[in-house]
Design a protein around this ligand. Structure first.
Ligand code: E4P
Length: 214
């Protein structure tokens, strides 16, 4: 499973890109708004920091507007992937963009049937939102498990990006489910490094080393 960062914060992305563990980034209008800067300024900076896909979302809700926005976004850098909402107009746009060689990530996916439609429209990536499903009493991880099964069964090439991740348990669960990618918020990514036994073990090794030098 590849690791993407789910943020538009350039400083945070740089910090983790320097560690060599982050392959791609996903953004959305809410994450861009948090930076206080325009998308047109932020996305080119992010696209330079990571080698893999950087998702930038359209804000049009009809096909022609989405396609026009997507063409502009895709000019920013070869690693920009256009995020399109999972609505009928969006899937129509995905089909057209796919024919033009513009890569898409279908977002706001909450059901297996939506995932199949996105894949059949020609989406390169599809993003099931785990945390938001859990919040309404459904099982987000189960959706990822089902999608992995169906995509394998029908040899669909669309990659699954597990999104709306809330904690390490989600990361572990979607990893075990076989998601191609998890897009992880910075807070959760920081937690993934930590284990109390690592800290305790390191402390003891350093103490023993210091004692052996006396
Ligand atoms: C993914 O691409 C989305 O940006 C993200 O995961 C949204 O999730 P959230 O707003 O529920 O955290």
């Amino acid at each position: 499973m590849k690791i993407f960062m789910d943020t538009a914060d350039v400083a945070e992305i740089k910090e983790f890109a320097d560690l060599g563990i982050v392959y791609g980034v996903t953004t959305n209008p809410s994450l861009i708004a948090k930076t206080g800067r325009p998308q047109a300024e932020v996305i080119p900076e992010i696209a330079k920091l990571v080698e893999g896909p950087v998702s930038a979302e359209v804000i049009s809700v009809e096909c022609s507007g989405m396609v026009a926005e997507a063409r502009e976004l895709s000019k920013i850098s070869s690693n920009v992937v256009v995020k399109i909402p999972c609505i009928a107009e969006g899937l129509k746009a995905v089909k057209l963009l796919s024919a033009e060689g513009i890569r898409t990530n279908v977002t706001l996916v909450f059901s297996l049937s939506q995932a199949l439609l996105a894949a059949r429209a020609g989406a390169d990536y599809v993003s099931p939102f785990i945390g938001r499903l859990d919040y309404i009493g459904e099982n987000g991880v189960k959706l990822v498990e089902d999608m992995v099964k169906v995509f394998r069964q029908y040899s669909l090439p669309t990659e699954i990006i597990a999104a709306s991740i809330r904690g390490i348990d989600h990361v572990n669960d979607v990893m075990l489910a076989g998601a191609d990618i998890a897009t992880i918020p910075t807070k959760v990514l920081r937690q993934m490094f930590l284990h109390q036994l690592t800290d305790a073990g390191l402390k003891k090794f350093l103490e023993d080393y210091a004692a052996s030098q006396k």
